[in-house]
Design a protein around this ligand. Structure first.
Ligand SMILES: [Zn+2]
Length: 115
């Protein structure tokens, strides 16, 4: 499996999500010294904002961001691309489309929140 390729896809998605969320927050509230580095953002957004303060779209992006980070962790510890439900390899076509997915396409049908 070409892990490097998926890692790049995930990092790109992560940056996209960060940019989006940062902009969202900046529009509502000025970001001051609280914003240290993009790495801190997820935690910062999570603790600073009551969930209701974020739009539904922003909340979806925040949870996507968490999925992306989890997937990057799985690449690091060698567990990437394995379905969490049935343990089989996730289809490469599916990983290219949704590189942060945790389930193969068969199991994903039983986990509707996973697309
Ligand atoms: Zn599966």
């Amino acid at each position: 499996m070409d892990l490097q390729k998926y890692r790049e896809l995930l990092v790109k998605e992560q940056e996209k999500l960060m940019r989006y969320l940062k902009k969202q927050v900046e529009e509502e509230k000025r970001l001051g010294d609280e914003w240290n580095s993009p790495k801190d953002f997820e935690e910062w957004a999570y603790f600073t904002y009551a969930e209701n303060d974020l739009s539904i779209k922003a909340r979806q992006k925040l949870s996507r961001l968490k999925e992306v980070k989890e997937a990057l962790k799985r690449i690091e510890n060698g567990k990437y691309g394995v379905c969490e439900s049935c343990g089989s390899q996730i289809e490469p076509e599916r990983l290219e489309l949704i590189p942060w997915t945790r389930y193969c396409s068969k199991c994903a049908r039983r986990h509707p929140e996973e697309l």
